[in-house]
Design a protein around this ligand. Sequence first.
Ligand code: NAD
Length: 260
Amino acid sequence: MSIFKDKTIIITGAAMGLGLAASKAVALKGANLSIVDYNAEALEKAKAEIQSVAPAAKIITVVADVSDEQAVKNYVDKTVEEFGRIDGFYNNAGIEGKQAPLVDYDIHIFKKVIDINLMGVYYGLKYVIPVMQKHGGGKIVNVASVGGIRGVVNQMPYVASKHAVSGMTKNAAIEYGKDGIYTNAIAPGAILTPMVAEAFKQVNPADPKAAETTYAQRNPTRRLGKPEDVGNLVAFLLSDECQYVNGQTIAIDGGESNLY
Ligand code: NAD
């Protein structure tokens, strides 16, 4: 299946978790990939892993910290140098920060979460959108979270940054829809990635697996999400099969955010 034949997609935070799963999903459907991460070693391993499932995929790696504006400009420039265009952008890199009550929250960690999750997403939009405008459009998927539509105890900066991602998604959608650029966000619930495994360690350091089981029992589907669940949604949102959806934040959480 080659729905992304001759299409180029940038994926940030691609070395593991949701970025890696989406990279595999779009590579399997024929995309050229520019994968970006600040963990250079893990990024090379990810490239090999993607190529093991999609041997024909053309992939470049660019090491960048998305909170550094020049590094973002550089990953966009490198992608255009290599492939000439950008059709899809999965603006995914993000961190959770440390869990703590808001009055005790470490201000340095607070600012770091905002720099990566909010400014990193903004810089991506700032440099990718002009390239898409030149080529008549494109598809963007930003990564918010259920923490972008609900509060989450002890995660003040994460929730602030992810609500901002949802807001920036609306603005990008209404400012650039006229250029054929469709911008949406996804709001994953708990998807079992390295980030979420780390969160369960913080919730129950003695028995993270017990924290995971308790959490899964709250979900209407009685399970956590899999990175592949999210990768497939992202592939659809980035594809030409998805039309006229713009400015939405789409929950992928087994329905958990509907619980009262
Ligand atoms: P992860 O920690 O498993 O993977 C994140 C990847 O992003 C890593 O490879 C990391 O090196 C990279 N990264 C982090 N900061 C970076 C930076 N400044 N510059 C470049 N690369 C950076 O996390 P994940 O669970 O895959 O999360 C990916 C995105 O999805 C994040 O934005 C996260 O907030 C969001 N999200 C995840 C879940 C979940 O349940 N896993 C739920 C909601 C939202």
